[in-house]
Write a new protein. Structure first.
Ligand code: ADP
Length: 340
């Protein structure tokens, strides 16, 4: 038997086997036809235990059903089979059957998890010494008169501490995103969170001669959100707006409701972003070559996007070089409840 693409399923499974990749075919009725040797070795089972059985009746393979039900082709998904084998599964829906390739990526996953745990621990352990440096640098100024040079050195220490704190927080956010931990979400008032974030950054903007203003529409909906994570989103976006603005300019933060969604827009009239960079700014470590030496890790927007998407929201950006940028965070309103 071969399908309209001329692919013989037994041949395809044989090729996968030669490459050490697990493969199986099943009919549209979800009855398993053939399982190749690599898949049998991976599952630690014998062909008669699987062939002729319905996928639905084999507990360890049930995660495959979710992919099949999506009815798109080709489909790639990562899942755990038999409770412990972490696989990347690729499904092709051909005329009368499904062809699946099953790649065991458990070792990569384990390595990734170990790295992630190490990253998390290091970032966590750095928090205390960084905070000690910050406190002692502040204390020095209270112990007696400080001359101009000493004051300059202390400012440099404070600046370095801020950079380290941002980096550590970014690394902790990345470790959290990659760990796939769930949000600690509850129905919340995002407008007051935005208000608090704006308040906390007012001084920093003011010290650079930038005005930071916020306006809120009435009858804003509540959102199902994780306050700590969303605060990171707004802090990152407003900090960027400050970083990329010039003295004398203004940043406008607007919170409004549209189509059952809450939109928070952060508009600056700073340096803007050239069109060729726009598709990449949400990638990890992507930074535009700045004329000015502006600090940053290139992780902020990647974190913002991941957090917003975990809230089933989306982020949009409009920007023109020399005129400024507007970032919009659009979050679905929580069902039923609303606040004034
Ligand atoms: P970082 O700010 O640490 O460089 P981000 O991920 O926050 O990293 O941003 C990525 C890049 O996007 C920045 O380096 C900058 O070039 C650009 N960018 C982000 N926000 C703005 C903004 N408000 N105005 C101009 N450029 C911006």
């Amino acid at each position: 038997m071969s399908d309209s693409f001329g692919i013989d399923p037994i041949y395809a499974l044989g090729v996968l086997d030669l490459l050490g990749i697990g493969g199986l075919t099943c009919g549209n009725d979800l009855v398993i036809h053939v399982v190749n040797k690599s898949a049998l070795a991976l599952f630690g089972t014998e062909a008669p235990q699987l062939q002729g059985q319905s996928l639905e009746s084999i507990e360890g393979l049930q995660p495959l059903l979710e992919v099949l039900q999506q009815k798109q082709s080709p489909l790639v998904n990562e899942m755990t089979l038999f409770d412990q084998i972490y696989c990347r599964v690729r499904v092709r829906h051909l005329d009368s059957y499904y062809l699946m390739s099953i790649n065991d990526i458990t070792p990569f996953r384990q390595r990734e998890e170990t790295l992630n745990t190490a990253l998390n621990m290091v970032a966590h352990d750095l928090k205390m010494p960084i905070s000690a440096i910050k406190s002692y640098a502040e204390l020095v100024a209270t112990t007696g008169a400080v001359d101009a040079r000493q004051s300059q050195f202390l400012n440099r220490i404070q600046q370095a501490v801020r950079t380290m704190t941002t980096l550590v927080n970014d690394l902790l956010d990345i470790a959290w995103i990659d760990s796939n931990m769930p949000l600690e979400a509850q129905v919340m008032n995002v407008a007051s969170l935005v208000n608090m974030t704006v308040d906390s950054l007012h001084e920093r903007a003011g010290s650079l001669g930038i005005s930071l203003n916020a306006t809120f529409s009435s009858n804003l909906p509540m959102v199902l959100g994780d306050a700590n994570r969303l605060q990171r989103v707004f802090t990152n976006l407003i900090t960027n707006a400050i970083k990329f603005s010039s003295p004398g300019s203004a940043i406008e933060v607007n919170v409004l409701e549209a189509h059952n969604h809450l939109t928070v827009s952060i508009e600056d009239s700073g340096i803007g972003i050239a069109p060729e960079h726009l598709p990449h700014i949400f990638d990890r470590f992507y930074r535009v070559n700045h004329e000015r030496d502006i600090e940053g890790s290139g992780l902020g927007l990647a974190i913002v996007k991941a957090i917003v998407e975990k809230h089933r929201g989306r982020i949009e950006v409009r920007s023109e070089p020399g005129l400024g940028s507007t970032f919009m965070v659009i979050l679905p309103a929580a069902k039923e409840e609303s606040s004034a």
